[in-house]
Write a protein that binds this ligand. Structure first.
Ligand SMILES: *Cc1c(COP(=O)(O)O)cnc(C)c1O
Length: 370
């Protein structure tokens, strides 16, 4: 039997399951924004967004305008928020009905001038406040000037007010997070009262949804949870990982005690051994930190540890005690041995591992009961 090669199997039924679980954590009136930046965290932007649109999400969020344009080009009609638009992207925003986050006074001035030149009225934007992450966002002191400017024009309309939590997954930082929530509440109240209308207020990411039900406001934004990871073992049973990374044994070989394997002779055999070559490397997203025994993969249900350096297109694993042959399936991560555990094993996070799976790994879409 010929097995398929390296592939990321994406189970859209798991995506729906996770969406429903997250939805069950919010009130019915809370809007749900699905974060699909970075190719839907590596799972494939368009198929994931199409499935989520079918599920009925209220909004999408992406990081860059190009991602939003790709959604529009593929039949996504749901509102789309762009978290980190740049000046040169503004024409595409207006052209494709994409809502930008305004995260600084300069950005507001640029977008205002552009909307005016394009004769826009009440073009929807979201204001982002910095409440402690200190990444992007308008600081409290700048708010008066910004609101004054907004109140003098009708080219732009503030549809949303948002902020982003810095440590929503870290329960030792509850006091800090609560302060962020209070600051956001205060700034949003001020903005709405000066503007004279209500906006969609949103602050929570996945861990915020789970840990801070008091801060859901009008909308929540979830990324990692949709893909099956809750940043906390306590919730892991409620989530179903959407992606399974699989490959295949391309060759089984043997070496004698004293010989070495891979670049820089990075594994020295202390005894005669058998190893398998897997067609997946750091050029596919199998990070080099997984070399030298930094990860196990599963062949015929048995754990096989990596040997020496991970090459760009392949790596080697010890199968001395694992009966296997060319063509056997290799599981890098799946539901049972999930990407969050694999990531944490080497001090990275699930986000980094799953978004790092490169475009050359084919995505295979399935819908299988979860
Ligand atoms: C990426 C991102 C999210 C999603 O965070 P998760 O932890 O993946 O749920 C939400 N909001 C903003 C502003 C983001 O940049």
């Amino acid at each position: 039997m010929i097995h398929r090669g390296t592939r990321l199997v994406v189970n859209l039924a798991a995506l729906e399951h996770n969406y429903k679980f997250l939805r069950s954590k919010t009130s019915d009136s809370t809007l749900f924004m699905a974060v699909v930046k970075a190719q839907a965290y590596g799972h494939g932007l368009v198929p994931v967004a199409q499935k989520l649109q079918e599920c009925g999400v209220d909004y999408f969020a992406v990081a860059y305008v190009d991602e939003a344009v790709e959604l529009r080009n593929n039949g996504i009609t749901t509102p789309i928020l762009v978290l980190h638009a740049q000046q040169h992207n503004l024409p595409d925003c207006i052209e494709r009905c994409i809502e930008p986050v305004i995260y600084s006074k300069e950005m507001l001035e640029d977008f205002y001038a552009f909307a005016k030149a394009k004769h826009q009225t009440n073009y929807p934007v979201h204001l982002e406040f910095n409440t402690g992450l200190n990444r992007i966002g308008i600081d409290g002191e700048e708010l008066d000037a910004i609101l004054e400017m907004l109140n003098k024009q009708d080219h732009l309309k503030v549809k949303g007010l948002m902020s982003h939590l810095a440590a929503s997954e870290d329960l030792e930082e509850i006091t800090f997070t609560q302060k962020q929530i209070d600051t956001f509440t205060e700034l949003a109240k001020k903005a709405e009262s000066v503007l004279g209308y209500d906006c969609i207020k949103h602050q929570c990411n996945t861990s915020g949804i789970l840990n801070f039900p008091n801060a859901h406001f009008d909308m929540v934004r979830s990324g990692i949870g949709l893909y099956g990871y809750g940043n906390d073992k306590k919730y892991q049973d409620n989530f179903k990982p959407v992606g399974t990374l699989k490959s295949v044994v391309s060759q089984v070989r043997s070496i004698k005690k004293g010989e070495s394997i891979s670049y820089n002779r990075s594994h020295h055999a202390s005894k005669d051994m058998t190893y398998a070559v897997i067609p997946l490397g750091h050029g596919d997203g199998m990070k080099r930190v997984y070399g030298y025994g930094g990860a196990f993969v599963y062949i015929n249900g048995k754990p096989a540890r990596t040997l020496g350096i991970i090459c760009m297109d392949m790596f080697m694993v010890d199968v001395t005690d694992i009966p296997c042959k060319r063509g056997d399936e290799v599981v890098i991560y799946d539901n049972e041995h999930n990407a969050q555990e694999m990531a944490e094993e080497v001090g990275i996070i699930s986000y980094e591992l799953i978004t790092g799976i490169q475009a050359r790994v084919p995505r295979v879409y399935i819908e299988e009961g979860v």
